[in-house]
Design a protein around this ligand. Structure first.
Ligand code: KIV
Length: 290
C-alpha cells in the first residue's frame, strides 16, 4: 500500500488531506472467513500522533496499548495506567492516523468489577479518543462483560495467555500454557471470548502449539505476540521492534536500532553546541541592515 498521509512541509504537521476510509471493525473481523485468514493481519502499538502517522500506512490496526505505562511513562508495570492516560494517547493516535483501525486498551481497574463499570469506562474511552474499539484482558471471567459491551455497541478485542495486568497473580511475565490444564484453560478462555462477541483476540506469550490450536479453534482473528507465526496476525510493541530498549522479550525481532541512532544524534548535537565560542565582552555586533 502506498503512503496515506501527507505532510504540510511548512509546519511538518499532518495536512488536511481528505481522509482515507478507515478499516472498520466488521471489515477487520471479515479478514478471517470460515476459519481461514488469507492475508496476515498487521498490528503495531502506537501512543503518539506522529508515531501513528508513520505506522498507519503499513498497519491494519494500531493498538494504543497500556504498555505505554512502561514505554512512555517509565512505570514498573501496566497496573498504574489510568483512563486519562489512555484517553489522551488514544486521541493522539486517532488524530495521527486515517487508515488503520484504532483500538484502545482498558486500563487495570477500569472494567473488572462489573459489566456496568466496564461499559462506563469503555464508553468514556471511545468518546474521548475517537477510537473504534477497546481491548480488555482476561478470558472466561470476562465473557459476560464482553457480551454486555458488544450488545451495547462497543466492539471488544480480547486478550488471553500472558495477561500483564494479572502479573501479581501469574508471578511474572513467563510463557503460559506449558501444562495441560493451563493449555486447556487458555483455549477455553479464547473460545468463551469469541462466543461472547469479541471481534478479535490477542494471544500473548503462549507456547506455540497452544497458539496454533487457539487460532484453529476460534472463528475470530487471533493476533499473536510471543505466540506463533501461524496466528491470523501479529502485534509487537513498536518501540521494542524499533530497537529503543536494550532489554526486550526474547521473541522480539528488532527491525531498527533507534536507540543508537538517537544517542549518536544527541552526541553530535551536544558536541556542536559545546564547540561554539562566545564572543568576548568587547565584541561589537554589526548593526542590523535597513
Ligand atoms: O499493551 C499492549 O501493548 C498490549 C500488546 C502487547 C498486545 O497489550
Amino acid at each position: 500500500m502506498s503512503t496515506t498521509s501527507t505532510l504540510d512541509t511548512a509546519t511538518n504537521r499532518a495536512s488536511s488531506a481528505p481522509p482515507m476510509k478507515r478499516l472498520t471493525v466488521p471489515a477487520f473481523r471479515r479478514r478471517k472467513q470460515d476459519g481461514v485468514t488469507h492475508e496476515p493481519i498487521v498490528v503495531l502499538t502506537a501512543y503518539t500522533a506522529r508515531q501513528a502517522e508513520l505506522l498507519d500506512p503499513h498497519c491494519d490496526m494500531l493498538l494504543v496499548g497500556d504498555s505505554l505505562g512502561q514505554v512512555i511513562y517509565g512505570l514498573p508495570s501496566t497496573l498504574p495506567v489510568t483512563l486519562e492516560m489512555m484517553e489522551a494517547h488514544g486521541a493522539a493516535v486517532v488524530r495521527g492516523s486515517q487508515h488503520a483501525l484504532v483500538v484502545v486498551d482498558m486500563p487495570f481497574g477500569s472494567y473488572e468489577a462489573s459489566p456496568q463499570l466496564a461499559f462506563a469506562s469503555a464508553a468514556r474511552l471511545l468518546k474521548e479518543s475517537g477510537a473504534a474499539a477497546v481491548k480488555l484482558e482476561g478470558g472466561e471471567a470476562m465473557a459476560e462483560t464482553v457480551a454486555f459491551l458488544t450488545r451495547r455497541g462497543i466492539p471488544v478485542m480480547g486478550h488471553v495467555g500472558l495477561t500483564p495486568q494479572a502479573v501479581n497473580m501469574l508471578g511474572g511475565y513467563g510463557a503460559r500454557g506449558r501444562g495441560k490444564a493451563e493449555a486447556r484453560k487458555i483455549l477455553g478462555d479464547a473460545e468463551a471470548l469469541c462466543d461472547a462477541g469479541a471481534f478479535a483476540i490477542v494471544v500473548e506469550g503462549v507456547v506455540e502449539p497452544i497458539a496454533i490450536e487457539v487460532t484453529r479453534a476460534v472463528a475470530c482473528p487471533v493476533i499473536g505476540i510471543g505466540a506463533s507465526a501461524q496466528c491470523d496476525g501479529q502485534v509487537l510493541v513498536t518501540e521494542d521492534m524499533l530497537g529503543m530498549f536494550e532489554r526486550v522479550p526474547r521473541f522480539v525481532k528488532r527491525f531498527a536500532n533507534l536507540a543508537d541512532s538517537i544517542s549518536d544524534a544527541a552526541r553530535t548535537y551536544a558536541g556542536e553546541v559545546r564547540a561554539r565560542t562566545f564572543p568576548g565582552p568587547d565584541h561589537i555586533y554589526p548593526a542590523p541592515e535597513g
